[in-house]
Design a protein around this ligand. Structure first.
Ligand SMILES: [Zn+2]
Length: 259
């Protein structure tokens, strides 16, 4: 097995995920060389960041503002009772670091604005978007489109969730899919079990994109209705007049855009 940029410790750590049906040695090396931004790192973003760290993504940047409060703990797996009333981002980052000494974890203790999102997008290979508000999702979509990097967008409500994977210039972006902002409910219902499921699947999509293994979900919306025990997928069409991605061609596709 040729894993020349990985230490013996790392080869041992990842032994169960390299082989038929999972990663190739080259895919594992690519993960180590990759950077991912996950924002936010709560119900969906927390499990997503955790899965990326455990899989060996070389650099994971998490962004999440505010202090941990009791209602967060029905779904925010990077938190714990002892962290209540403490700032979320450094607590979450410490937990992530405790799970894998071979990766770099950076924490941003607020939600990035337009400019910072653009700056961050220029330093990562994929954005995993897990905010509760559509405005934040759109901001990350814009940042990914401008940087021409893939966006994995995760959303949840109740016992259901959706995933969209965007390859800017090639597949529909979030604005193509939602020309109008959907209604927003401040304290929408959500169960931690679906948050974790959607977050883990967002990480899976990211790992496929970065490693070059498997078939990413590009150009589809995957809906998981946990309440009814069903899932479905629809093909998404790009809007050539989309105000966000309408004039984006494949200007400088990165190596990670494939599938
Ligand atoms: Zn678009």
């Amino acid at each position: 097995m040729n894993l020349d940029n990985l230490s013996q410790d790392e080869c041992q750590r990842y032994a169960r995920q390299i082989g038929p049906g999972v990663l190739t040695p080259e895919g594992q090396r690519r993960l180590k060389q990759s950077s991912v931004l996950v924002t936010r790192a709560g119900g969906m973003g927390g499990p997503a960041a955790l899965a990326l760290v455990m899989a060996g993504v070389g650099r994971v940047v998490i962004a999440h503002g505010g202090k941990l409060i009791s209602p967060d703990l029905n779904r925010q797996v990077l938190g714990c009772e002892q962290a209540l009333e403490k700032p979320r981002a450094p607590q979450f980052a410490d937990y992530l670091r405790s799970m894998n000494r071979h990766v770099e974890v950076e924490a941003i203790d607020h939600e990035p604005d337009d400019e910072q999102s653009r700056q961050l997008a220029a330093t990562v290979d994929v954005i995993v978007s897990c905010p509760p508000t559509f405005q934040e999702r759109l901001r990350l979509n814009r940042a990914a489109v401008d940087a021409v990097i893939p966006l994995v967008d995760a959303a949840q409500w109740g016992m259901s969730g959706t995933l969209i994977v965007v390859a800017p210039g090639r597949t529909a972006c979030l604005r193509c899919v939602y020309p109008e902002d959907p209604p927003f409910e401040e304290l929408f219902p959500v169960l931690g079990a679906i948050s974790s499921a959607i977050g883990s699947l967002a990480a899976l999509e990211t790992i496929k994109i970065l490693s070059g293994v498997g078939k990413p979900l590009y150009g589809h919306l995957w809906m998981i209705d946990g309440y009814q025990g069903r899932s479905s997928s629809i093909t998404l069409e790009r809007n050539p007049k989309c105000p966000c991605c309408g004039n984006v061609g494949v200007r400088h596709p990165r190596e990670t855009l494939r599938g």
